[in-house]
Design a protein around this ligand. Structure first.
Ligand code: SR1
Ligand code: MG
Length: 422
């Protein structure tokens, strides 16, 4: 049998190509010729279409065989769509209602058809505009705890988890992006790097010459590559979250693979800290004092919710091969289980701070920058904001074993924000 050839969709061909799919016809309406199609993808990798019919709407996401941000010179396999689909199904089971519902998956054409979230917007965009989302931090803390705990050996049957580790181990190329772009490229003059120049040149040179920082970045890469602890989202920044004032949904888990719990937590918190340090570049007549307070509180809420939900799951759903009840609760030693929980959370805390620091560096020094800083037009002002995040990132990565509370970090963040010099 001949293999169907991959073909990228466009707004004209999409109805013709998907108009025979019964699931879609049910969702969107039978008259596929009148579907309205818009391409809205602004991410680094894929095509994303909104399709509206007489009966409803859907998102059609298609992977391209290359990195959209860079072009065909950087090939990237279509199978990332398969991993995204499988991650979405697992996340939906582990934290119901938090990810878009999947309507249809076509592995050969790398297409996922899923729920169109409306009127949701990308959280990063909303935060840049100075909007507050009262439920987002708690929802994200719950998502982290539930997906990361329930995808681990604390909870899963060993055979199921090992099969899943094997399945996601094939997401090699997307892991390679993270391994290079996050953990290594920022710390040397890699070809695709860029930063705000010349303003940041001195600081960038100092960071690249910083032996302690380079060693910490590599220790964190070592952890990322070898600690297959749980099924990660793998790219959980504020651009992977969609919100309304009431609702929070997590999208885009194509980087999913088995790695350290602390990675998703650290990456997410880093993006809140970066948004905080970018606020100065976005405030105009509006004073962003309340917004800054909201962001620091959101960081505390994410972490505290994560801790408390993780602890709850530890006490109620710890049925995997690790820290078995037979050794603790069943021997009337609940205190032992609590002591072990403290140790596990302590390790996550220290590693999460490190991953957060490295994530801040790569968004300012590497290939993939974030809109929080990029949308600040004045390069001097942008560089002032970025330099604060670079310093914070270095502190978190190198001193994480001596940092004991978020209050301590948030105090430092407030002092940094008030600094005037570069
Ligand atoms: C080449 S891909 C660059 C970045 O975009 C994705 O969203 C990930 O964050 C990746 O590191
Ligand atoms: Mg993405």
């Amino acid at each position: 049998m001949e293999m169907p050839v991959f073909e990228a969709l466009n707004v004209e061909t999409l109805p013709l190509r998907l108009g025979q799919n019964t699931t879609l016809l049910q969702r969107l309406g039978e008259d596929w010729r009148s579907w309205k199609v818009r391409e809205v993808g602004d991410g680094n990798l894929n095509l994303v279409f909104i399709v509206e019919g007489s009966a409803g709407s859907a998102i059609v996401k298609q992977a391209l065989p290359y990195v959209r941000l860079v072009g065909e010179s950087w090939p990237l396999p279509l199978k990332r769509s398969f991993f995204e689909y499988h991650a979405l199904t697992r996340q939906a089971a582990r934290d119901p209602g938090r990810v878009p519902e999947v309507f249809h998956f076509d592995g050969e054409q790398a297409i996922i058809v899923m729920e169109f979230l409306s009127p949701h917007i990308i959280l990063r965009r909303g935060l840049i505009e100075g909007n507050q989302y009262p439920n987002a931090a708690r929802d994200l803390g719950l998502f982290l705890a539930r997906t990361l705990f329930r995808g681990s050996d604390f909870s899963m049957k060993a055979a199921t988890r090992k099969a899943d580790v094997a399945l996601f181990a094939d997401n090699v190329e997307l892991c390679d992006i993270t391994e290079s772009l996050v953990f290594s490229d920022p710390y040397f003059n890699a070809p695709l790097n860029r930063h705000t120049a010349p303003q940041l040149d001195g600081l960038v040179a100092a960071l690249r010459a910083d032996r302690d920082l380079k060693v910490e970045a590599q220790r964190l890469k070592h952890l990322f590559a070898t600690k297959a602890e749980t099924l990660l989202h793998g790219d959980l920044h504020t651009g992977s979250v969609m919100v309304t004032p009431a609702e929070t949904r997590v999208i885009d888990p194509e980087f999913a693979f088995y790695g350290p719990i602390a990675f998703d937590v650290g990456m997410l918190l880093a993006n809140f800290w970066m948004n905080y340090l970018a606020q100065q570049g976005h405030e105009q007549d509006d004073n962003r004092r309340d917004m800054r307070r909201y962001l620091l509180e959101a960081i505390e809420t994410i972490w505290e919710t994560f801790r408390s939900e993780f602890s709850h799951l530890w006490r109620t759903e710890r049925n995997g091969i690790l820290y078995q009840r037979a050794l603790f609760e069943d021997q009337d030693d609940s205190l032992g289980a609590e002591q072990a929980l403290d140790q596990v959370l302590h390790d996550i805390w220290q590693d999460m701070l490190g991953f957060a620091g490295i994530e801040m560096h790569r968004r300012i020094l590497g290939l993939a920058h974030n809109a929080d800083f990029e949308l600040i037009e004045d390069p001097d002002l942008r560089a002032r904001c970025e330099s604060k995040a670079l310093k914070l990132g270095r502190h978190l990565a190198c001193n994480r074993r001596h940092i004991h509370s978020l209050a301590e970090i948030n105090g430092l963040v407030e002092r940094l924000e008030k600094e005037i010099t570069l």
